[in-house]
Write a protein that binds this ligand. Sequence first.
Ligand code: ATP
Ligand code: MG
Length: 443
Amino acid sequence: MRIILPEKVTFLLERLERHGFEGYAVGGCVRDSILGREPSDWDITTSASPRQVKEIFPKTFDTGIQHGTITVLLEKEGFEVTTYRVDGEYEDGRHPREVRFTSQLLEDLKRRDFTINAMAYNETKGLVDAFGGVEDLKGGILRCVGKAEERFEEDALRMMRAVRFCAQLGFSMEEKTARAICRLAPSLERISAERIQVELVKLLESPHPDWIRQAWEYGITAVILPEFDRLMEQDQNNAHHVYSVGEHTLETLRNVRSDKILRLAMLFHDMGKPSIATVDEQGIYHFRGHAARSEVLAKQIMKRLKFDNETLTKVCRLVQNHSLYPETTPEGVRRAVCQVGEELFPLFLEVKRADILGQNPAVWEQKLAYLDQVRQIYEEILKRGDCLSLKGLAVTGRDLIADGVHPGKGMGELLELLLDEVLKDPSRNTREQLLELGRKLRR
Ligand code: ATP
Ligand code: MG
C-alpha cells in the first residue's frame, strides 16, 4: 500500500532518518489517507527523544513535552512529533500515571485506541499494520486494539470516540467493543466536561448525527446527557407527529446540514417537552410553551458541558424561537427577523425546515409552502434593504440627544418605539421623519 505524503512530512521523516532515528506518519492521517479522505493534520511518531527532536529541527515548541510531544515548525506549518511511548498504568480512567518512552514502534501502536487508528507509514518501511487496521477499514468495523474492556477502563473517553468514529465513517461497532461500552458507559462520569463536549460536537457534526441514538442504547447519554433519555421516552400522539419526541429529534438532526450551531439547536429544540407534557381527554398530547422550557434546558446543559458563550447564545436563541410562525407579510417577517436577530435568521429558516421534515409527512406540503413564502418575503426585504434592527435606524441615540432628548432610560424606549414604526413602514426610516416622530412621541 502506498500513501502520498505531503512534501513537508517526507522532509521531516527523511531528516529524522538521516540522523539515525525512525519516523512515521501515524494515526488519523494514515487512516484517512487509506480511506481516500483528506487528513486534518499529520502526526508523526519517532524513536527520537523530545530533546533529540529539538536538536534536529531549528524551529520547535514544546506542546506536551511531558507526553513526549514537540511541535516542529516548517515554514509556519506545525507538525506534532511524538516520541514512541507506552502509557503507564491508568489511575482513574482518565490519565496515565506516567508515560514511558520506548524504542519500539509496536509498543507505541499498541497503546492507541482502535485498529484503524493504530497504523503507521513511511516510505522506507511502507505501511505498518499490526492489528488488522486495513481489514477493519475495508469491512467498515470499529474495533479496539487489544481487549476492549481494558482499553475503556484505561480511558473512558474512548467509548465516546468509538461512537464518534462510527458516525464519522459510517462504520459499525464490533460486537465485543459494543458490549464493553454497554458495561462501562457509567465510568464516563469521570471524564471532564471539556473532553465530552469535543466528542459530542464531533458526533453531531458527522454525516450520521443520529448515532446519538446508539449512544443512548449503549447507556452513554444516560451519563453525559440524561435529558436525551427523557426525550426518547416521551410519546407525542397528536396530528403533527408520528414519532416519539426522541425519534423526531433524530429525524431533524438528519435533516439539517452539518453545522455545529444548527445540529446543537436541533438536539435541544424539543428538550423541554417531557417536563411540560399534558394529555387531554382524547389522549392528544400538548406541549404549550415548550420552546421556552427547551431554551432553559439548552442553557443549563451547555453550561454544564462548558460550551463557549457565543455558541450558547446562538443555539439558545434558535431553540427559543423555533416555534415562532412569522406572519406572511413584509411587516410580519421584518418583526420576526428583528426578534430572532439578523445574523441568525437564515439559520432559523433552516431549523424550521428540519423541524417540519421531522414531523408527520401529511403536514409537510402545507408547512413547507408556508416556509417558502416566509423565505421569499425575507429575500425581498433583504434586497430592498429594509431596516431590521436598531443598528439600521436612520437616527442614533446621539442624534436624539442633539435634538434635546435626555440621555438615560427613556432613550432606549424611544429608540424601540421608532424601530417599531420603521418595522411597520420602512419608508419612515429617514432622519427628518424619525426626529420629528421622536418629538411627537415626547410630547
Ligand atoms: P481526528 O483528528 O480526525 O479527530 P484522530 O484519529 O487523528 O482523529 P486524534 O484525537 O487527533 O484523533 O488522535 C490522534 C491519534 O492518537 C489517534 O489516531 C490515535 O491513534 C491516538 N489517540 C488519540 N486519543 C486517544 C485515546 N484517548 N486513547 C488511545 N489513543 C488515542
Ligand atoms: Mg488528529
